[in-house]
Structures are given as C-alpha cells and as structure tokens.
Design a protein around this ligand. Structure first.
Ligand code: G4F
Length: 315
C-alpha cells in the first residue's frame, strides 16, 4: 500500500507498534519516505495523536492480528486489536480530525463468510452473502466490519469496507501457506532443506496478487460514496493445487515425496472453501486483475529462488 501511494505522490505516514519493533527498521530501509508514527491499535490516546500528527485525508486500516491459526491461540488479543482497534481508530478520526474531510478504508475479509455449505452461493460470495466466521480472527473482523458500517450510517463518515479474499505476493509473511510453500520449494531446490511440514491440504482458497488488490483498496476511497466491495479472483484452488503449481514451476516434479503433515498446523475449525465474486468492484470501480493463479505462483517461486540463492551465496 505504501509503495502504491508513494508512486502516486502521496505523503505517507505509517503506524508502527511496540518498542524496538524490528519491522520499523525494515520499513525505514525499504521506504525512507514513509513517516513513521509509533502507536498501537489498543491505545486510543496514541491513535488520537497519530491522527493529529498526520492530519490524513485517507486512512487505510490494514492493522490486525491477521493469522487465523494464531487467533485461536490468542483470541482475546485478537478481539482487542483486530476488532476493538477499529473502533479506537474511528473514534480517533472523529475526535482529532474533521471527519467530513477524511476517507477511511477498513480491511474486512472473506474469513467473515466462513465457507460453509448453507451460506455458499454457487457464483461465489458477494456483498450480500451471509456471514458465518469460523475463527476468533473472523469474528473480530466481523465486529470491525459492522462498527465501520455503523460509523458510516451514524455519523455520515466516508468509511468503505473492502471484503478481500486471500491476496499473496513476494512480501507475504512465511507463516502463511502460499509463501511457506514457495519459500520451501526454493530451499528444497537449492538443497537447503529436505522437506516441508504443513497442516490440512484440502481447503480451497481464492488467491490473487496483493498488488492488484491494493489498487482496488485505493479505488474504493476515490469512489463518489462509501460502500462495501468484494475483491477476489473469482476462482478457487486447494493447497494441493498450489503445491502442484509451485513444484512444477521450481522443476521439482511431484510434491508428495517432500510434504509431511503435522496436526500442529491444523485449526480447531477450518474454512473449507472460499470463492469470491468481484462483479460489483469490476463494474462500479473498474477494478481488474493483472495476474492469475499460475502467474502468482510463478512470480513468488522466481522471487524465492533468487532470494534464497542470494542469501546462501552471501553466507
Ligand atoms: O495462508 P493461510 O494461513 O491463510 P487464511 O487462513 O486463508 O487467511 C488469510 O486470508 C484471509 C482472507 O481470506 C485473511 F483475512 C487472513 O488475514 C489471511 O491473510 O491458510 C490458508 C489455508 C488454511 O486452510 C490453512 O489451514 O492453508 C491451510 N494450511 C495448511 N497448512 C496452512 C498450513 N496454513 C498455514 N498458515 N500454515 C500451514 O502450515
């Protein structure tokens, strides 16, 4: 998001939480133009200060505990950060800015749908579909979604919610399954690790490229009115499918000899299948995608092969 906004000559402020957070140095090294503000989504006073300091015209709330598995182990913290944090931020905008001059983007998620038989439309989840979250993360995000809509309706604030399906890329954390797979395949190919340990392989996700989705988030705030929009690829594939494409791209052949399973990576309740319908974003915002699943896998594998090769030759 920062990269995209900088390319459009925005003055960008980024919030970093915690003392000595190593992500701050990484952010400053990659984007020295971004002005860093220390604040925490659980600290309303710090958020008021952040709004005062930055005097924003657009606020993108991408802050969250966003790992579904982690949310089962830390459900209270997830509720505080991912759920109530949205309220703290909206209140900060109301208190410390003229809310009629600020547009807010709330990162809602396809995890709010839950992927169950009874609420799954054949053409994919859209803005009218029923919610049935399956994790503390999904439940917290649903609170964030509804409090954002409530502030839109109660205070006439420009608050838009992007209901985004999984979006991946070279910057994806290795704790998420796509990057875990592409990084491991690169390391296996280079002889740096023997195998890859995963959880369930049958769940299906609607995967797209993060850079395409960032454009959609921005388009939502340029629209004439605040609204909710689904961003998705419109196709779905299993973890097994992602493994096949990855091992093919890395020229490793069949993935099965390399993959082990461990219940430690399985969740108490799973989202079986996610498929989104982005028709509204396409027709109203003119949003589109530049990369399909194979293209996404190829760019992630190529990036990880180059990165792992560079790291091993530097060592
Ligand atoms: O990559 P994941 O951890 O992503 P998940 O749970 O779909 O959530 C991501 O997408 C959401 C949007 O739909 C976001 F809201 C959320 O913040 C996050 O970005 O897991 C994908 C699937 C799951 O079914 C999981 O059980 O992969 C399965 N899986 C199998 N083995 C694994 C693993 N997931 C992880 N993280 N690690 C594994 O070893």
């Amino acid at each position: 998001m920062a990269e995209f906004l900088l390319s459009k000559n925005y003055d960008v402020y980024g919030v970093v939480r915690g003392q000595n957070n190593p992500k701050r140095a990484a952010l400053e090294a990659e984007f020295p133009e971004v002005k860093v503000i220390e604040a925490d989504m659980t600290d309303p006073t710090a958020l008021v200060r952040a709004v005062e300091l930055s005097a924003p015209t657009e606020v993108y709330n991408l802050a969250a505990i966003s790992h579904v598995g982690y949310s089962f182990k830390n459900p209270t913290l997830t509720a505080e950060v991912t759920g109530k944090g949205v309220l703290n931020l909206l209140e900060a905008v109301r208190i410390a800015a003229d809310p009629s001059t600020v547009r807010v983007y709330q990162a809602s998620t396809s995890e709010m749908f839950g992927g169950l038989d009874y609420n799954r439309p054949g053409a994919g989840y859209d803005e009218q579909s029923l919610f049935h979250p399956r994790s503390p993360y999904g439940v917290a995000k649903l609170y964030g979604h509804w409090i954002a809509k409530n502030y839109r309706e109660s205070y006439d604030m420009f608050v838009s919610c992007g209901i985004l399906f999984n979006h991946e890329g070279e910057r994806r954390g290795p704790e998420f399954v796509t990057r875990k797979i592409t990084k491991a395949a690169a390391r296996i190919k280079l002889g740096l690790q023997p195998n890859l340990v995963l959880g369930d392989l049958w769940p299906k996700r609607d995967w797209g490229y993060a850079k395409d989705y960032v454009v959609g988030m921005w388009q939502m705030l340029q629209h004439t009115e605040p609204d909710d929009f689904v961003l998705a690829s419109g196709s779905t594939a299993s973890i097994e499918d992602f493994l096949s494409l990855t091992f093919e791209q890395a020229e490793l052949g069949d993935w099965r000899p390399y993959v082990l399973q461990d219940p430690a990576f399985m969740r108490p309740a799973e989202v079986d299948i996610l498929l989104g319908n982005p028709a509204k974003a396409e027709s109203v915002l003119g949003w589109g995608r530049s990369v399909d699943l194979r293209g996404l896998v190829d760019l992630m594998v190529n990036f990880d092969l180059a990165a792992e090769e560079a790291a091993s030759s530097a060592a």
